[in-house]
Design a protein around this ligand. Structure first.
Ligand code: G6P
Length: 367
């Protein structure tokens, strides 16, 4: 049945293997297959004049929202504020007339995100939400909902819903950029092509489970783990750390690579794996030099990159994991998969309750 585990050991494992299908199905909702252009339903605000977008959510959905901020600001040139719902709701931020809010949630029921929605609505913001459950409170109370096509997610730690959220947010950023004239047709076509390649890239990556499993054996021994990334990979570093904490109970931090020198570098010794997300692109050299600093202090570097980025990293990294080469714009979607897989394998090795980690709930409907 659709709700069974099939041949998988855990729901989380099954759901991880659904990434390619879920990304593909979600993109199919928002990219016209004949024109190969983004086709969004009418938005509740005009992207041409909206003064500010406030993104809010909780947990992994918030991290998807943070990637959305990078995409929307860089592509559509709309100012974005992003904050967790539990902070935003008490922060009393100035909200401009004609402003809009973007809520992200798998369940559509998270109490803090719902409270933020009502507050933002009360302050006159148009409400757009990215939700996985059609009949949820959030979908009902939003002006417009962009549904993710992830299907039911049973594992408490979000996996496939996360890449589905990213897929929608990428389409939204491209669609708004086109409406605002901040993207040209050639770049738009290149981004769409990159998105449409993701399902097969993701499938290739999931087939090569052995590499991640070997890495997991080392990570499972650690007490602390540092995840680093820059730009739109920074939220994915945080997602890697969050997943590891959630299901393996190993302490992990997700940090902006350039900020490491202002604190976490003090923790570095050979017992602390440093997991870096550094695909080739304009920021690779910067991240590589941060990693070299960590390596010089005995740090054990495990770097996720692509064929072009690998040679530079091999000079000092213990492990270089080569992912398919993709446009830097879509790299966060691809890189989310191995960090989630790694957390899964570490948790299995540690013998934790992968699908029902202690103290966590799938949907947190209390404040
Ligand atoms: C819980 C889950 C997380 C999820 C978060 C937000 O903490 O364990 O996996 O990211 O809630 O849930 P939502 O349904 O709003 O996406």
């Amino acid at each position: 049945a659709a709700t069974g585990k099939g041949n998988y050991r855990h729901f989380m494992e099954k759901e991880l293997h659904e990434h390619p299908v879920v990304i593909g199905e979600t993109l199919r909702q928002y990219i016209d297959s004949t024109t190969r252009r983004v086709a969004l339903p009418p938005l509740p605000f005009d992207p041409l004049v909206v003064p500010k977008l406030t993104i809010t959510a909780c947990g992994s959905a918030f991290l998807a929202g943070l990637v959305g901020r990078y995409w929307i600001e860089s592509l559509a040139r709309i100012p974005v504020d992003a904050d967790t719902a539990s902070e935003l709701r008490y922060r009393d931020p100035p909200l401009p007339e004609g402003g809009a809010a973007l809520l992200v949630s798998q369940s559509g029921e998270t109490a803090d995100t719902m409270a933020a929605l009502r507050l933002l609505k009360g302050a006159g913001q148009s409400i757009l939400s990215v939700v996985n459950v059609d009949e949820s409170s959030m979908a009902r109370e939003s002006d417009t909902t962009l549904l993710t096509v992830a299907g039911p997610e049973i594992g408490v730690a979000s996996t496939k819903a996360f890449t589905a959220q990213l897929s929608v947010l990428a389409c939204l950023a491209i669609g708004m950029a086109r409406a605002r004239g901040t993207i040209d047709a050639a770049r738009e076509a290149a981004l769409i092509a990159a998105l449409l390649e993701l399902p097969s890239d993701a499938a290739a990556l999931l087939d090569d489970n052995a590499t991640i499993q070997a890495l997991a054996v080392e990570v499972a021994e650690a007490r602390d783990v540092l995840f680093l990334g820059r730009g739109n990979l920074y939220p994915i570093a945080m997602e890697g750390a969050l997943k590891l904490k959630e299901i393996s109970y190993i302490h992990a931090e997700g940090y902006a690579a350039g900020e490491m020198k202002h604190g976490p570098i003090a923790l570095i010794d050979p017992a602390v794996p440093v997991i870096a997300l550094c695909p080739s692109g304009p920021l690779l050299e910067k991240t590589a030099s941060n990693l070299q600093e960590a390596a010089a202090r005995g740090g054990r570097i495990m770097a996720f990159t692509d064929a072009e980025g690998a040679p530079a990293l091999r000079r000092f990294a213990q492990h270089v994991i080569v992912l398919p080469t993709v446009d830097p714009f879509v790299a966060p979607i691809l890189h989310a998969i191995p960090v989630q897989l790694l957390a899964y394998h570490v948790a299995v090795l540690r013998g934790t309750d992968v699908d029902q980690p202690r103290n966590l709930a799938k949907s947190v409907t209390v404040e």
